[in-house]
Structure formats: C-alpha cells, structure tokens
Design a protein around this ligand. Structure first.
Ligand code: MG
Ligand code: MG
Length: 634
C-alpha cells in the first residue's frame, strides 16, 4: 500500500523533514500547515522538492472551525478556504483535511454542518480538489467517526469524504467495526497513530503521547482489518504528535516510522491469511492488496550467551567477580583474547581482543555488555528479517576455526547474534574455544540460567527500543511501570516472548541521577545494565556468594520489619532473608525471591532470582528498595 507520513511527526525544518522521509522510503507526505508557513520555500518550490525526492503530496492540513458556524463566519470561512485552495493548487496537494469544530460556539445542527461542508466541497471541486472531514475526539459536536460519516452522507457531494484517524477512534473506545458500513469511495484518507493507554485529557494525550504503530497498546491490526474490509485503498499515513519525536534526530524517527508501517502491514497480512480459508472477503483482500511480507520473526528460546567488552584490568576484575558468582573459567578462544565462563546453562564471554568490535566498544563505553547471543530456530532468517526492516546486519572478523553466527546491530549499537538450533547442536562453542577438561558449567553457586535482562535507553531511544524488541525479537510488551528511584522516576516496560523464555525489561529515565540514568551516562548511550540469573535455591546461592567475598547490595532492616505486614512469612525464612539481603514478592501466581550484587564499575550489576509457581513478574515493588540502596552506595 502507499505509505505516507505527516510532516508534523518529526523534528527539523521542512526541507530536512522531506529529505529524511524520502530517505526512509516513504511514498508520500501530508504537509502540515505550520511547516509550510515557517519554510522559506514557496509552495511551488516545495512541490518541486517533493517531486525531486520522489515524494507525493497526498494531503494538506489542517483546516479548522469550518462547520456549524453562523452565516457571517461561514462567509469568511469560505474566503479563507479559497486562499488555501490557491495554495494547494500551487503545492499540488489534492486533498484538504477539515477537522470537526472544537469551539464551544459551534452550532450543533447536523443539517447546517452538512450544507456548509457541501458548499465548501463545491468550491473545492471547481479546482479539482477534495475535502476529507475528520471527527476530532474533542470536537464540540462531532467527535465520533460515525457522526462525521452521517454528516458527509447528508452533504452528499462527490468531493467530500471522511478522514479516519485511529487515535480519535480508539482513544474514545469506539468500535471500529462500523467502518465497514462506510462506502469505500467515501473513505478519503486514513491517519494512523498508536498510543500508550493513559487516563488523561484526550487532547493532551493526543498532542503529546501519540506514537507509531507497535509502540503503544491500541489494537491497530483489528482497526485496519475493518478499514481494509470496507474497501479502503488509499495511503496509510502516519500522524503522530509526540514531544520526544519532535526533539529527537529525525533520521532515526523516520526509520522507526517506516518500520512501524511495515510491521503493521505484516500483522494485517498474517491475520487476513489466517481468515482467508473460511472467509471469501478476506481471501479477496489478500489477493488484491500487496502487504509487506518479510521473513517470519525468530522463535527465540532464550539467551545463548552474553559477551562483555573489557581491557586487561577490567577483564581481570570481571573474571574474578564471575568466579565469585560461581562461574567456572571453562575455555579460551582459539584465536582471540576471549575467555569463556559457564555455570549451569549460562555462558559469559569476556572479550579483550585488540582491534575487534569489542575493543572498539570498550574504547567508547568502558567495561560493558557488547553482545548478546539469542538461541533461535533459524539465525539467518532472523537476520534476513532484520534487513527487510532496514536494520543493519553485522559480520565480524571470522577466523579459520570460527563459527559464523548471523548478527544484527541493535538500537544501542551492540550486537545481537542469532544462534540457530543447528549451530547449537553442532557445538559452536567447541568450534571457537579450547574447552577445559573440567566439568563444564558445574552449577557451583546454584545458578542455572539467565532469567531476564534489563536494558537502559536514553529517553530519545526508548520507543525505538520498544519497536525493535517487538518487530525484530518478536517480544510482546507487558504493562509499563513507573519505578521510584530516590533521584527520579524510571519507566520500565517488560518485553517477553510467548513462552517467557526471553524476558527483557526496557528502562528509561529522564533524570541523569537515577541508577538507570547514571548507567546510561557511563555507557554513553543505551545498553544492558542488569543481568538477572536464576537459582534453584536462592538462600544457598546468597550464602555461597557471601563466602566467596562477593559484595551484595545491603537492604535496610526497615524493609524486613515491613515484610510481615504485607505477607504471611515463616519467621526463620524471614530472618534468613534479612541476613542475606533477599527481597520478596508474591501474587496470585506464585512467589519471587531476589537479591543483587553491587554495581560493576557503575555500569551493570547482577541479580539472582528464584521463581515459584507461575510468577511472571520482576519484583517491581522491590525495585525502589534496590534503587535506594544503589543510590546510597554512589
Ligand atoms: Mg488526524
Ligand atoms: Mg540458554
């Protein structure tokens, strides 16, 4: 389908916006009036610039307060419209967006509104232009799409139709199924935006928190299904007002915007194909409309390995810390300065190879997590999918005895390797590493697997990270939470796959003084700042780590004095937890025990967790306790 975006979505001057939009491979734009007014280019020059960039101009917007006015004002409105029509002819824009009137003085009379819109459409028709009428969610009289359609139907003019905007419809909780009753030739334009679910004034919600499809919680796939079944064949046009996107560099935002449309198309296609057997209308649609068809998302089975970038000093210190955590040094790379540590299923690689990706990473960021290996069904397919969504692939220096693992460049510039089942079965570790004879991966401190990872992002990267996790890693967002660090709020959104074998918490903080903020500062960008490992006997693990001299995060006595007020807990267990600094949470699904190590060089730390029952959370209620303890330490 034709892919379009409103210039208002992104930062920059109009010229910069158009260039970025074209580079991201959009077909067309909606020109937002303010962008034009503030531009030094004449409408004719803008038209030429778009033509040179291969961009169509599909819509000019907005035209406000047109409908439901008295005669005197209506006369002035028509004069105002004529001036816009002159401009649109110069610009080569075929359609004008008219928003429903928001003025408290609106005359709430459908007949009057229809006749006024008819008169305007008649004037537009004289120039060969069309009018798309949009119900704003906060319109004074017309604020639902059904109502805008009734008025368009009454007006009955071939140059007047409706503009559907997913935000206005879904933010109000309207049922989009009724869209299927609107004739296709009256569906003039479609604007798409997602948003996080929020309880607030809908105007503020719309102006500041819209996001691209897949970054919020609206059911846009269901919405689009009705739009397509109604026979809509026009552009899919993104219209997103978002404070962060307006401040962030526009190149990244336009790439995200384009990927979000591709992802939406893929999901719609999958849904329609699923219905095609039993539903002739769905089958006809899949045959008629070309929707994006990338390689399928990877089936991730968990974390295969985690790689750290170090230098000599930090490599020694980290190796010592890992051994304190019960990891065994199990191998040395055949050709590179990379050490392998294992415990249970957990594999950690510590990379100190000069001239490598890791050493470059270390130069910029210090000791840090530079790569993740994900266990997946088909690594090459995962990378092909990424490339289809314009994510850069990564190919490192490969020696003669090394396994080639397909990889992508992640949002924070680290590497994600996709380790195929087949590669795992061939023993890719033994290809790369000289493994010691020692019992490999003996669980010396009871640590068995990676439970979850936490990734921090600078605030302008967070939505990019959400989209990447969904589209490329196939994760689904859980509820987003605000966690109270003593130095500011941290927003955290857990992303999980279907069987919870991969869990990643995405964190963002506007404050530089929170634990997340400080890690991001130290890392010069986003990155993994927290690795949670699963133990089958958490208290025994904590005791072993203390014996090994690992400094655990100190939890205040007040926390343990408060716990019995919240939960019914065995006294002996409570005292043991207090002594070890083990935190606790419980819900209807099960229990969660966890404790933390101290920060490693201000950049990352380890958490040890134990889940019982089907507890699926992350102990969020305890995060502020952890953050306070970490703040005290700083
Ligand atoms: Mg709109
Ligand atoms: Mg594994």
């Amino acid at each position: 389908m034709r892919r379009s975006i409103a210039t208002v979505c992104i930062s920059g001057t109009l010229e910069e916006k158009l260039e970025s939009i074209a580079r991201a491979r959009f077909d067309a734009v909606e020109i937002f009036e303010n962008d034009l007014i503030y531009s030094r280019l004449s409408p004719r020059e803008i038209r030429q610039r778009c033509a040179d960039l291969g961009l169509g101009i599909d819509l000019y917007q907005p035209f406000r307060d047109m409908d439901g006015v008295d005669d005197a004002r209506f006369k002035r409105n028509l004069e105002r419209a004529e001036r816009k029509f002159d401009l649109m002819v110069e610009l080569g824009a075929p359609m004008l967006l008219v928003c429903s009137n928001v003025s408290p003085q609106t005359i709430c009379d459908d007949e009057l509104m229809a006749s006024q819109l008819h008169a305007m459409a008649e004037k537009a028709a004289e120039r060969g232009l069309r009018i798309a009428y949009e119900a704003l969610a906060w319109g004074h009289h017309v604020n639902r799409y059904q109502h805008s359609w009734e008025i368009v139907k009454k007006a009955d003019h071939p140059h007047l139709g409706v503009c559907l905007d997913s935000f206005h419809i879904l933010s109000r909780g309207d049922d989009p199924a009724g869209i299927e009753h609107i004739p296709a030739d009256k569906l003039f334009f479609l604007q798409l935006a997602d948003a996080p679910r929020m309880v607030m004034d809908v105007l503020q919600w719309s102006r500041h928190y819209r996001c691209f499809p897949g970054q919020g919680t609206f059911d846009l796939v269901g919405f689009m299904e009705h739009v397509l079944k109604a026979g809509y064949v026009g552009p899919l046009s993104l219209e997103v007002f978002n404070d962060i996107f307006r401040a962030a560099p526009n190149r990244r935002t336009t790439l995200d915007a384009f990927a979000s449309l591709l992802f939406l198309e893929e999901q719609i296609r999958t849904r329609l194909e699923g219905q095609a057997l039993g539903d002739p209308a769905a089958r006809a649609l899949t045959e008629r409309i070309a929707l994006f068809d990338p390689p399928a998302a990877p089936k991730v089975r968990g974390v295969s390995f985690i790689e750290f970038a170090v230098d000599d000093a930090s490599g020694k210190a980290l190796g010592k810390a890992l051994q304190g955590l019960g990891f065994e040094h199990t191998g040395t790379h055949r050709t590179k300065n990379v050490q392998l540590y294992q415990q249970g299923e957990v594999r950690l690689m510590v990379n100190n190879e000069p001239g490598s990706f890791a050493s470059d990473y270390f130069q910029r960021r210090g000791p840090s997590i530079c790569a993740l290996g994900l266990a997946t069904d088909d690594g090459q397919r995962a990378v092909n999918r990424g490339v289809a969504f314009h994510v850069p692939s990564y190919a490192g220096r490969i020696g003669p005895h090394e396994a080639l693992i397909p990889a992508l460049r992640a949002v924070d510039d680290s590497i994600i390797y996709f380790v195929s089942q087949a590669l795992e079965e061939r023993g890719f570790l033994e290809t790369d590493f000289v493994l010691k004879d020692a019992k490999r991966g003996a669980s010396r401190a009871g640590i068995e697997a990676v439970d979850h990872l936490a990734l921090g992002y600078p605030f302008e990267q967070f939505d990019t990270g959400v989209l990447f996790s969904r589209v490329i890693l196939g994760l689904h967002p859980q509820e987003s939470m605000e966690l109270a660090d003593p130095n500011g709020l941290v927003r955290s959104c857990a992303m999980v796959n279907a069987d919870h074998s991969l869990r990643i918490a995405l964190n963002v903080s506007h404050s530089r003084s929170t634990v997340t903020g400080r890690s991001m500062e130290a890392l010069q960008g986003g990155g993994v700042h927290h690795i949670a490992l699963a133990s089958s006997d958490i208290c025994a693990t904590a005791e072993r780590l203390m014996k090994n001299g690992i400094a655990l995060l100190d939890v205040p006595d007040n926390y343990y004095d408060d716990l019995p007020a919240r939960f019914d807990l065995d006294d002996a267990l409570l005292e043991r937890m207090r002594r070890l600094g083990v935190l606790y949470d419980r819900n209807e699904d099960g229990e969660f025990f966890h404790f933390y190590t101290q920060m490693f060089v201000d950049r990352f730390f380890f958490e040890i967790v134990q889940r019982s029952g089907s507890y699926a959370g992350f102990g969020a209620s305890n995060a502020p306790v952890r953050m306070s303890a970490q703040a005290r330490k700083a």
